[in-house]
Ligand binder design. Structure first.
Ligand code: DCP
Ligand code: MG
Length: 373
């Protein structure tokens, strides 16, 4: 017999880390709608509501086919009454009035534009919105004080809103590799974030840097950054502030990791991907295209003993990470991008691969391409 939705229903775990979520799925119309409501809930600083919408969207992404009737959703986890109402309306009428109203609302549009500025979070965007700011351009002539990151965010706004392609990410990877090789022999870089999950575009490029000899990676980042200096439009480097012994139980586990880390904006010369994409005559005239593009790049340095945790923590997706940590908590463990701590045995559980971490957590291994929750 053909496996109907109920077969899926019975096996779908409530945690995103218990299921496989491919990049391409069959319910984009529904998930786009739910994710817009999640985004809007974020803009209204309603995190609980936002996560609920994201969870519902994530469940639909994991389904083996398109949802056509409400009955197919029976027994699926994380689909609350509100989500079901939205889904039902879309299935019956092709669109949800709540979603369309939100999409066209002035608050949503302004918050989307303002939080789209690098260095601007919801709190700042909301303050500006209350002061009548609707668009990054409004900030240029306003009295509002911008910090250094936000100034860069406004300056490169039009560049940074264009998604980064995989070809650009690979090109930047080559440049970062050259920098790392030049300052520390044997250091290794790994492309992580959305690109490691198979995405073809992203809002930034995320790299992990490590060295096989523990300790050699210390102090590496300032040297890499100074080697890259001429290619960086902006950078802010934070020191490593992680001390294992003090981490538990003294501090509550935190979502923010404390690696040596550099938030940067690269100046990527065109054509960065000449081999993949030969210039097409007429389409991208040199006249309207500048000779370079600003690209957000995150560089994170990890001691090799923490590499597997950093890799797992930085591969995402964000909801997958959130549910991994929640799952660990429910198992009496605490997971971060640095380590896994068993609160009952009062000891760290070591791992040199992601597979080992999944095993410690009692989870089936999910490869990066299926962590697109
Ligand atoms: N991450 C996290 N918590 C943070 C920052 C990052 O869990 N505070 C993890 C999950 C993300 C990954 O790091 O998936 C990379 O962060 P990005 O914001 O770059 O997310 P993606 O790379 O997944 O998306 P995009 O393709 O838009 O860059
Ligand atoms: Mg990313």
């Amino acid at each position: 017999a053909k496996s109907g939705p109920s077969a899926v229903t019975n096996t779908m775990g409530a945690y995103a880390c218990q299921r496989k979520t491919p990049l391409e799925h069959h319910n984009a119309v529904l998930t786009d709608a739910l994710l817009l409501l999640a985004e809007n809930a974020d803009f209204c600083t309603n995190e609980g509501r936002s996560v609920a919408f994201k969870r519902a969207a994530s469940v639909l992404k994991a389904l083996p086919g398109p949802v056509r009737r409400m009955e197919e959703l029976q027994g699926l986890p994380c689909l609350g009454e509100h989500c079901q109402r939205v889904i039902k309306e879309i299935l019956e009428h092709g669109a949800s009035s709540e979603v369309e109203m939100t999409r066209h609302s002035e608050h949503y549009q302004a918050m989307k534009a303002l939080t789209g500025i690098f260095g601007v979070g919801v709190k700042t965007a909301e303050q500006w919105h209350r002061a009548g700011i609707r668009h990054p351009a409004d900030l240029v002539s306003s009295e509002h004080k911008l910090n250094r990151a936000q100034r860069a965010g406004v300056e490169y706004y039009e560049h940074l809103r264009v998604p980064v392609t995989k070809a650009e990410a690979d090109r930047i990877g080559e440049i970062v590799k050259r920098a790392v090789d030049a300052v520390l022999l044997g250091a290794e870089i790994t492309l992580t974030g959305g690109f490691r999950r198979g995405k073809q575009t992203g809002h930034d490029v995320d790299f992990l840097i490590t060295h096989p000899d523990e300790g050699r990676e210390e102090g590496l980042l300032p040297k890499v950054v100074s080697w890259l200096e001429d290619l960086l439009l902006y950078q802010k480097t934070n020191k490593n502030s992680y001390l294992e012994a003090k981490e538990w139980p003294a501090r509550p586990p935190s979502n923010m990791d404390r690696f040596e880390r550099c938030f940067s904006i690269f100046k990527l010369q065109r054509p960065w991907a000449a081999l993949e994409e030969p210039p097409q005559s007429g389409e991208r005239g040199a006249a309207e295209t500048p000779g370079w593009k600003a690209v957000r790049v995150d560089l994170v340095v990890t001691p090799v003993s923490q590499f597997a945790f950093a890799l797992l923590g930085w591969t995402g997706s964000q909801l997958f990470e959130r549910d991994l940590r929640r799952w660990a908590g429910q198992k009496g463990m605490s997971l971060s991008s640095h380590a896994l701590y068993d609160c009952e045995q009062k000891r760290y559980l070591r791992a040199t691969s992601e597979e080992e971490i999944f095993a410690h957590l009692g989870l089936e291994y999910i490869p990066p391409g299926e962590r697109n929750a």
